[in-house]
Design a binder for this molecule. Structure first.
Ligand SMILES: [Ca+2]
Length: 338
């Protein structure tokens, strides 16, 4: 009998351990949606991985100061059956310009005058990003949150500008993944130079580990145009495809910087990339990123594994083009009947 009870206890322990390791990554996405279609690809990929129970998207915060960005993100979340995901917007932020990759899908109407892509909120109604980040982090268990920053550092630098903000991040955030910088050449990278002071502040104040996907990674891991043309045949209209076409404007593969940072954030243990040793990152001359090896440093950057490039490229394309599990009809799109 004793043996049986011990066996039962052991299997319960094993079961709970496996449940624990299978817990979805609690993710916040901070994006400059609208400045390049790779943010839209990354958001589509997150939803596909959430369908598989690998991630839970807690919130999306935006550093592009244009309200269409929030509307478009809500359109995509609604398309994937998750209109409840909170969205926060930057105040007095960078790049307020309108963007066709946002305008085209959010304005599209069908023959009856209805939106092709329903949405829950218009951007103007969304709360301020740092307030939302503070609220969401406070609600999460300690040490449980992953953040992926795939735009400028405006919001996250503001979050850790105060002692209270730094303490909250230190308590709640496991790792920050960033698409930022260039770790191959001393060249300025868009996400860094668009808000250089915010990047410098973030590097000074962020209290937990950071993993960078530099410009050189997404430049090689492109999104294949064949996928845009062939892999979405299951649906008549798709907001990520609309964004890709409106942004790229021609039939070609497009660098996919943001999805690489997000993939590593959700699947850090799968060996898609090598990791540099530890070090520090700071803002260099002319908005370059300077990495200094340091055993005490809490920054690392992704290094390409040449033998994995093809596999990662296909994996991301398969995930982005994966059909949503629910609410496809509710999202006002037509499923192709085979
Ligand atoms: Ca971006």
């Amino acid at each position: 009998m004793d043996k049986l009870i011990r066996c039962l206890i052991l299997s319960l322990v094993v079961m709970s351990a496996s449940l624990l390791s299978g817990d979805p990554v609690r993710l916040i996405l901070d994006t400059d949606m609208g400045n390049d279609c790779d943010d839209a690809l990354a958001l589509g990929m997150i939803h596909a991985l959430e369908n598989r129970g690998e991630v839970r998207l807690l919130a999306v915060t935006i550093t592009k100061d244009n309200r269409d960005a929030a509307t478009y993100i809500d359109v995509v979340n609604t398309f994937y059956g998750r209109p409840e995901i909170p969205i926060g917007v930057v105040r007095d932020g960078k790049t307020p310009q309108d963007a066709p990759m946002l305008k085209v899908p959010i304005k599209r109407r069908d023959a009856h005058g209805k939106f092709v892509y329903p949405r829950r909120v218009e951007g103007a109604q969304a709360p301020e990003a740092v307030e939302l980040l503070t609220k969401i982090l406070n609600e999460q268990p300690d040490g449980s949150v992953t953040i992926a920053q795939i735009g400028f550092s405006t919001n996250l630098a503001r979050l850790v500008a105060t002692e209270a903000g730094r303490a909250l991040v230190a308590k709640k955030v496991k790792t920050l993944y960033l698409m930022a910088g260039n770790f191959q050449k001393p060249q300025p990278e868009y996400n860094v130079f668009t808000d250089g002071p915010a990047f410098a502040d973030l590097m000074k104040n962020w209290p937990t580990p950071m993993v960078f996907s530099g410009f050189e990674i997404g430049l090689v891991i492109t999104y294949p145009i064949e996928s845009i043309e062939r892999d979405f045949a299951w649906v008549a209209n798709h907001p990520v495809v609309d964004a890709y076409k409106a942004y790229v404007g021609k039939e070609e593969d497009h660098p996919n910087w943001d999805s690489t940072a997000v993939l590593q954030a959700i699947r850090p243990e799968r060996g898609y990339f090598n990791l540099s040793g530890p070090g520090t990152v700071e803002l260099g001359e002319k908005n370059t990123t300077v990495f200094k090896p340091d055993a005490e440093g809490h920054c690392r950057y992704l290094v390409l594994k040449p033998e994995q490039v093809g596999a990662v490229r296909e994996l991301i394309a398969d995930l982005v083009s994966e059909p949503p599990q629910r609410n496809v009809m509710g999202a006002g799109v037509q499923r192709v009947v085979f």
